[in-house]
Design a protein around this ligand. Structure first.
Ligand code: NDP
Ligand code: MG
Length: 382
């Protein structure tokens, strides 16, 4: 029987790649449900190609337009309730979480309670609510398979070796500003910042890659996915993006996962795990690689990485505040309301102002801390 998949965020970069994977394995997978924020045209085009039973759009105001353009008979849902309904359906086996931002946490928690298999691209939900999500997944015996390329690499390298793990190396391309002096960051256009040298991604994660907050969020993501202390998660800048991450074992052996940078590989593995199938991606040819280089990240130039590590060490609501402040700062930057260099400065200020931190937060505490951080960032942006 085919596995039935729901993709939350199907019109984005990960969502589109996930649909390519499903097309290439159409004898094994079918689409039950798709969701988007507001891109009705792309969502209805996808519905015509993949015939899902259900579609969901963020705002109820868009439901009428979606109904008019989607194939007749498709059930139309809206908002957070719509996402909860999708992940609860009996005819959904696997949920791919490809919405950006921490609003993914609520449907993720719901999917875990319904014991769905989870392919997780969204990292913000683990950064803010990892302390709730991971114990819940354990209690319900639910596998969360990472889609983020670094975490997929570690997940693949770790199979059967977890008891022997010494530490992990998360690799980072360093983003578009790697070799540009900090004093010149603000001279570069948004178009330049959004044009990542190795990966084609959505706006939020592209800006996060340029500030290196993305790697900071990934350190926190790795902590939760692999149950690691912060000191055992090293970051290595590796601009060639051939090694997607590595693990070091207690005997000094290192395993790496290597391929051309193409998100279809980790997406496919997350839905086929533990099996592997042929992909349609281009394979790596080692003779085309002139050099593999590595260097330590420069946290003076990219303070976001330091901020994320500090938030992780302080724990409690700090990572949720970091994440929400970053989401708001990136939104402001993308709207042209904030200079690039202000992003980490203002995130640090929001973290400094977070005086009502909760050590062992409930989901309510996390939501409260996030909305406080969003308001605080809005005040600082005024
Ligand atoms: P995109 O911005 O390209 O896509 C986001 C998707 O989510 C779109 O379908 C968008 O709909 C939808 N969406 C956005 N906000 C909401 C919302 N509030 N409610 C419902 N739907 C919403 O992002 P990416 O695909 O690049 O990234 C998705 C997630 O995966 C992020 O968390 C990112 O960190 C992670 N990730 C991405 C990688 C990549 O290569 N792109 C690599 C590793 C991780 P619409 O099109 O209508 O706006
Ligand atoms: Mg990544």
């Amino acid at each position: 029987m085919k596995k039935r998949i729901a993709i939350l965020g199907s019109t984005g970069s990960i969502g589109i790649n996930a649909l390519k994977v499903i097309s290439s394995l159409s004898d094994r997978f079918e689409v039950t449900a798709l969701s988007a924020g507001s891109n009705i045209k792309a969502l209805s085009d996808q519905a015509r190609s993949f015939h899902p039973k259900v579609l969901c759009v963020r705002d109820s105001a868009l439901a009428g337009r979606l109904k008019a353009s989607a194939p007749s008979g498709t059930r139309i849902l809206t908002g957070a309730d719509g996402l909860d309904e999708i992940v609860s359906r009996g005819d959904v086996d696997i949920v791919i979480f490809a919405i950006s931002g921490s609003s993914c946490a609520a449907p993720l928690i719901c999917a875990i309670k319904k014991r769905k298999r989870i392919a997780l691209a969204n990292k913000e939900s683990l950064v803010s609510a990892g302390a709730i999500v991971m114990p819940l997944a354990k209690k319900n015996n639910v596998s969360i398979i990472p889609v983020d390329s670094e975490h997929s690499a570690i997940f693949q390298c770790l199979e059967g070796k977890r008891p022997f793990l010494n530490k992990v190396y998360l690799t980072a391309t360093g983003g578009p500003l790697l070799d540009i002096p900090k004093s010149r960051f603000d001279r570069y256009s948004r178009k330049f910042i959004l044009n990542h040298p190795k990966w084609k991604m959505g706006g939020k994660i592209s800006v996060d890659s340029a500030t290196m907050m993305n790697k900071g969020l990934e350190v926190i993501e790795a902590k939760w996915l692999f149950d690691l202390e912060e000191e055992r998660i090293d970051v290595l800048v590796h601009p060639e993006a051939a090694i997607h991450s590595m693990i070091e074992l207690i005997d000094g052996t290192i395993f790496a996962q290597i391929s051309l940078p193409d998100m279809r590989i980790p997406i496919q593995y997350a839905v086929t795990y533990p099996a592997r199938f042929r992909t349609e991606v281009e394979f790596l040819n080692f003779s085309n690689i002139k050099n593999l280089s590595f260097r330590k990240p420069d946290t003076g130039k990219f303070p976001s990485l330091r901020l994320a590590r500090e938030a992780l060490k302080r724990g409690g609501t700090h990572p949720a505040v970091l994440n929400a402040a970053d989401e708001e700062a990136v939104k402001s930057y993308l709207k042209g309301r904030m200079k690039f260099s202000r992003i980490p400065v203002l995130i640090e200020r929001v973290l400094e102002h977070h005086k009502r931190a909760v050590k062992e937060p409930s989901i309510g505490d996390i939501i409260g801390a996030e909305s406080w951080a969003r308001e605080e960032m809005a005040k600082l942006c005024r």
